[in-house]
Design a protein around this ligand. Structure first.
Ligand SMILES: [Mn+2]
Length: 424
């Protein structure tokens, strides 16, 4: 399903008067508003193919209906999101769930929707039908060489698929680890993993990046072989200049100071990619900004400050992606909410008065430092983000238009009520 341009224009027209009033309110007295708007127009967040269907939990899965049945339909869904918000201009694929049968046709279809291919994701956390060796006890860390080789070959295959689609990065997330003390020799697991990553790294094309993603726990509950940013940075540093750490917001132990992690990784030139989500306890799948919006703001504040310090392009120099799956919401509605939360928080981070913050820090004025950050965080930037969307050709109220056009009902008519997105 697609939403025609004239429908977006009609929708915008009906909201224009109120939007104008709200925009004037926020623009008044705002220094550098045009610069902020153009950064908002440019900023794009990739949508992972696995976020388009209902994920479920280990207890059950409740299908939502109208889910994409093929890679083509996943691209169509991301195209729909992008048409509405103009900030979802890339899709991130997962192999083997999204093997492109005809890469040229898939590439052309994505281009039709204005989409690029973001990082490719490998999968050595599941066994696939007909697979020679099991990953039950890990992949790159495995005690048996043939299992490690199978995992290495798979990652190299993923790079090849990505090359055909015009992607230029590989995200390696390993579920490797152990569930019980004594199960694993930590040093041997690290060495095996490093050796495997080195072979994959050697297969990277010249202009590619490799992202080493870490996760504190789950599916393993005693140790994880890439368990935190220190371990990821260790691998990335040993691998070389094309290897980076990837930070997934939900992959930390409770109360971790993620903004400090981000600041130091950026300082070292080793932050490569970012996965957005939110969590209350141990989950990593909640809607961005739904639980801890101030933490998200503090992270974005460090991202903007750290990227500016290195002269980095906010849009292109880091890989931005949402990483979540949905159990009770319409996945597309959730993604619209997530992208909106990201854009609002990015806008607030751009509002931070850096000069005043530095002055306050240099004079140990704790109160003033806090005031500078909270001044930005407490600014209602919704009209600013809506204006950027309007200028880019999107809808003033993406979620409102999605519901008004009965998109989910139409997708269910098109695809059926009982569908399961491939891979889920
Ligand atoms: Mn992730």
């Amino acid at each position: 399903m697609q939403i025609e341009k004239y429908k977006i224009e009609e929708h915008n027209q009906s909201l224009m008067k109120e939007h104008g009033r709200r925009l004037n309110f926020v623009m008044e007295g705002l220094a550098g508003a045009e610069g902020i708007l153009s950064k908002l127009v440019d900023f794009q967040v990739a949508i992972p193919s696995w976020a388009l269907g209902t994920g479920g939990t280990r207890f059950g899965r409740f299908s939502g209906g109208g889910e994409p049945r093929s890679l083509e339909e996943k691209i169509e869904d991301v195209g729909l999101l992008h048409a509405l918000n103009r900030s979802s201009g890339a899709i991130s694929l997962h192999i083997p769930w999204d093997i492109p049968g005809k890469p040229a046709a898939i590439k052309a279809l994505a281009a039709q929707f204005g989409l690029k291919f973001d990082a490719m994701n490998s999968n050595t956390f599941q066994d696939q039908p007909g697979q020679a060796h099991s990953y039950k006890f890990g992949s790159l860390q495995h005690v048996k060489k043939e299992v490690r080789k199978q995992a290495i070959d798979h990652n190299i295959e993923v790079i090849r698929y990505g090359q055909e689609l015009g992607s230029n990065s590989l995200t390696v997330w390993l579920s490797d680890g152990s569930c019980f003390p004594g199960q694993l020799n930590f040093r041997q697991a690290f060495q095996h993993t490093l050796e495997g990553l080195k072979e994959i790294y050697a297969a990277l094309p010249e202009d590619w990046k490799m992202f080493v993603e870490y996760k504190a726990f789950e599916p393993n509950f005693y140790s994880t072989t890439v368990g935190d940013w220190g371990q990821s940075l260790l691998y990335a540093s040993k691998l070389g200049p094309k290897a980076y750490t990837l930070v997934d917001l939900g992959h930390h132990l409770p109360n971790a100071n993620i903004e400090q992690i981000v600041a130091l990784l950026l300082m070292e030139g080793k932050l490569g990619g970012f996965h957005f989500n939110d969590s209350k306890y141990g989950d990593d799948d909640l809607t961005v900004g739904s639980i801890k919006p101030y933490q998200l703001f503090l992270i974005f504040n460090e991202l903007v400050e750290g990227m500016d310090a290195r002269g980095m392009n906010h849009t292109t120099d880091l890989g931005w992606m949402i990483d979540a799956s949905h159990n009770v919401k319409d996945p597309l509605e959730d993604l619209l909410q997530s992208v909106e939360a990201i854009m609002l928080t990015y806008a607030q981070a751009l509002l931070v008065d850096r000069k005043r913050l530095v002055a306050a820090q240099q004079s140990n004025d704790t109160v003033a430092s806090q005031e500078v950050l909270q001044q930005a965080f407490r600014t209602d930037v919704r009209a600013l983000v809506a204006e950027a969307r309007l200028r880019a050709g999107g809808a003033l109220d993406p979620l409102g238009l999605y519901r008004y056009e009965k998109v989910r009902e139409n997708l269910i008519k098109e695809r059926g009520a009982v569908t399961v997105a491939t891979g889920l």
